[in-house]
Design a protein around this ligand. Structure first.
Ligand code: SF4
Length: 245
């Protein structure tokens, strides 16, 4: 008899196949940054529109020639350089603290590249990153997957999280942080970086283009038959939003 976990595993694969077909996977990677640069970029992107965090990153790089220069600069100058993103007054000292900690751990004069993470088992590489204050599971996964390392660790952003929750791949009370391990556990362990990236992108695109926060377009959704939340919306008799379809 299928367990709840195996049912959710099968659903995750089915949803993956349909959404990848819907949005045109395989998706090209959007970044070729080295892992340290990707880490800083991920820190800038928290709760910020992509265009704004991109602008903040570009201005930061244009203002300071090296990460060491960012680290040694007055926090107000870093804050000014990243003013295009949300909460620059919090992110500037946080980025400097992360760079400082990396420099101390590497035992070098400048923050090291983080290329050595490629030599570690993925859970160890994630744990290394997440033991830095201010680095959570989404940032660690983004650093490993989106950077030139191309390591199959899956970030879960707010769109991805919302879609997974409505599909009942995770429970209604599971937050974004804990969702990382639970959703990754549903994927085949031998998936490569492209497959993991496609999964994340497909669920994220679905959240952006169909499964909106307000008024999701369930009537044209290609995974409606898999979605208890959507079924409850289209069926006025359904008793609960998160009940089994
Ligand atoms: S059926 Fe509706 S709620 Fe469910 S995934 Fe599709 S758009 Fe989102």
């Amino acid at each position: 008899m299928a367990t709840d976990f195996t049912v959710r595993q099968a659903k995750a694969l089915l949803v993956h196949a349909r959404l990848c077909a819907e949005y045109g996977a395989p998706f090209p990677f959007f970044s070729t940054k080295d892992p340290l640069s990707e880490l800083v970029s991920a820190l800038l992107s928290h709760r910020t529109k992509n265009a704004d965090s991109h602008r903040a990153y570009q201005t930061l790089r244009a203002t300071f020639p090296t990460w060491e220069a960012v680290l040694e600069a007055p926090a107000e100058d870093v804050q000014h350089a990243i003013r295009a993103c949300t909460w620059p007054e919090q992110k500037a000292p946080r980025i400097q603290a992360v760079l400082r900690e990396i420099r101390e751990r590497c035992g070098t004069k400048v923050p090291c590249s983080l290329d050595f993470l490629a030599e570690m088992p993925i859970p160890e590489a994630r744990a290394w990153l997440e033991s830095i204050s201010g680095v959570g599971p989404k940032t660690s996964a983004a650093t490993l997957l989106f950077s030139s390392l191309r390591i199959p660790a899956m970030p879960v952003d707010s769109h991805h999280h919302r879609v997974a929750q409505r599909l009942a791949l995770i429970g209604p009370k599971v937050g974004e942080g804990p969702a990382h391990k639970m959703l990754e556990a549903l994927l085949p362990p031998n998936w490569d970086a492209q497959q993991v990236y496609d999964h994340h992108e497909a669920l994220m695109f679905h959240g952006q283009k169909c499964c909106y926060f307000h008024a999701p377009a369930c009537g044209r959704c290609v995974v409606l038959d898999q979605c208890p939340f959507g079924q409850a919306r289209v069926s006025p008799r359904a008793p609960t939003l998160f009940g089994e379809a």
